[in-house]
Design a protein around this ligand. Structure first.
Ligand SMILES: [Zn+2]
Length: 225
């Protein structure tokens, strides 16, 4: 059974689960909204999101919270519950959907909620510093990362392109761009989907990617993972 893990007072996540494969779902409590990173593919992920309280009592004041969903990329283990919602198969409680260009196409026009297609960085101050960033990556076109103060949630963006029978590969140029971009990010904690523990430190993730890049061959555009 996937567990709900608390990272801090404001950040919790539902762990990855299998059959169906369903990526980690992160929930961040801002002052005016929940920021939900990925929605998974299983019923438990729907229940986790729907159970996030919209009216938590803060002192004596009930503060109504919106629910903003940010989708890391278009793969179904991260996105399917939004698609199920749009097709009327489940009812997912959310207000605004932030998606990259490819995920936007997968969701299509069926969505009955506000949909924002993110192609350049967005930032918000919501009791914590929030940024939604397009990130160069080999894994899935149009991927987004979510920055929350000292954490950055990267989804699958540091993973290779899945070969399905052929080797998984990184694109050399894109990997170079990604490493460069990751180095500019201020957070020290990098959170990668599908890992037993979500959180890695920034340096170890960058070191790993640099070790992959160091294996590139002259005149080859791809590096086997
Ligand atoms: Zn993926």
């Amino acid at each position: 059974m996937p567990r709900i893990v608390k990272l801090s007072d404001r950040i919790q996540y539902l762990q990855v689960s299998y059959e169906p494969l369903s990526a980690d779902v992160v929930a961040v409590r801002g002052d005016s909204a929940w920021w939900i990173f990925d929605v998974g593919a299983c019923d438990m992920a729907v229940e986790f999101i729907n159970a996030l309280p919209r009216n938590p009592v803060n002192g004596n004041v009930a503060v109504p919270l919106k629910k903003n969903v940010v989708i890391s990329h278009f793969h179904r283990d991260h996105l399917l519950n939004v698609v199920r919602h749009c097709h009327g198969e489940v009812s997912l409680d959310f207000d605004t959907l932030y998606v990259g260009s490819y995920a936007s196409k997968v969701v299509g026009e069926m969505c009955d909620r506000e949909k924002v297609t993110v192609t350049s960085p967005l930032s918000f101050e919501d009791g914590m510093h929030i940024e939604i960033l397009p990130i160069p990556n080999s894994h899935a076109k149009g991927s987004l990362a979510l920055v929350v103060d000292d954490e950055v949630f990267l989804g699958d963006a540091t993973y290779p392109m899945v070969g399905h029978g052929t080797p998984d590969v990184y694109n050399v140029q894109i990997l170079e761009q990604q490493i460069k971009m990751l180095k500019t990010l201020e957070p020290s904690r990098f959170c990668l989907s599908h890992k037993r523990e979500l959180v890695r430190d920034k340096d170890s993730v960058i070191q790993f990617l640099e070790s992959v890049l160091a294996r590139r061959q002259k005149n080859e555009n791809y590096i086997e993972a």
